[in-house]
Design a protein around this ligand. Structure first.
Ligand SMILES: [Zn+2]
Length: 75
């Protein structure tokens, strides 16, 4: 008795929100898969970016050798 209608995030249409609707809060399987696919690709892009940045910082970890003037004491 808790069935109610919500707005489908994918197609903005009415979706039944209840045990009868396995794709809730989406209205259909197509809408659910479409939204999941878009979300997954987006998060994958962000992860890819973060990983690239991490590697960059690791690469620049070794600091440049300090220039020491050798033999300047003995002239
Ligand atoms: Zn929908």
């Amino acid at each position: 008795m808790s069935d109610r209608t919500v707005t489908c995030p994918a197609c903005k249409g009415p979706a039944q929100y209840g045990p009868a609707n396995a794709w809730r809060p989406f209205c259909s399987q197509r809408c659910r898969e479409h939204d999941l696919g878009a979300w997954a690709s987006e998060s994958y892009r962000m992860e890819d970016r973060a990983q690239g940045g991490d590697e960059g910082t690791e690469f620049t970890e070794p600091a440049p050798e300090p220039l020491r003037s050798q033999g300047s004491g003995t002239h």
